[in-house]
Design a binder for this molecule. Structure first.
Ligand code: SF4
Length: 195
């Protein structure tokens, strides 16, 4: 994407554009919009379903228990330039799954984010995030370990599907944790073939 503004300027504009958004019913119950955080020159974009309670309180993505699990795996795999966000920016009440309408209303914001960052690899955390991007998405157990390709906005991206870190925690299954960490290594390998 060629543009006259720097990524920092585009990001500042993006934050201003979406501050106070009332495009979907989730604005009624949220405390904070959680747009995402990380390196604007990120090679990797991690994308989950929606903010949870801690994220809603702090305005930061993946800072609760699941977020700590994700950040631990990111650290272990030694990711350098990454960004973290969600397909929906406001917390659904009681952490319910966002509706199709909410996902679709927040889709413009998500596509704008991707177009600002232009990551090389998008790591999809969980089926719900996958459904928001692909519409139809198989279970993570079936699809993980494979690379996918799809358009987000104007450009095509390599997608690495993996478990949501909250599932990794909930499962108490070392094999799931190992597969999750292997998927992050797959993402790093995919970057090498993408560059
Ligand atoms: S979830 Fe997205 S579309 Fe809905 S109010 Fe929040 S920022 Fe706006």
């Amino acid at each position: 994407m060629s543009h006259l503004l720097t990524k920092e300027q585009l990001w500042d504009e993006h934050k201003m554009d979406w501050a106070g958004c009332e495009e979907c019913p989730l604005h009624k119950t949220r405390k904070n919009i959680v747009l995402g955080e990380g390196d604007l020159d990120a090679n990797f974009l991690f994308v989950g379903e929606a903010p949870g309670e801690k994220e809603d309180q702090t305005g930061r993505p993946f800072v609760g228990r699941a977020g700590k699990r994700l950040r631990k795996a990111i650290k272990k795999a030694k990711f350098k330039r990454f960004f973290i966000s969600n397909v929906v920016s406001c917390r659904p009440p009681d952490n319910r799954k966002p509706t199709q309408g909410e996902v679709s209303r927040c889709g413009l914001r998500f596509r704008q984010l991707v177009e600002i960052i232009e990551p090389k690899i998008v790591i999809v955390l969980g089926k719900s995030a996958g459904e928001a991007i692909f519409m139809r998405f198989p279970s993570i157990k079936r699809i993980r370990g494979n690379l996918m390709r799809t358009y987000i906005g104007r450009n095509q991206y390599t997608i690495v599907p993996t478990f949501h870190p909250s599932y990794v925690l909930r499962s108490h299954d070392e094999e799931v944790a190992e597969l999750f960490e292997n998927d992050l290594i797959l993402a790093k390998k995919a970057l090498k073939s993408a560059t």
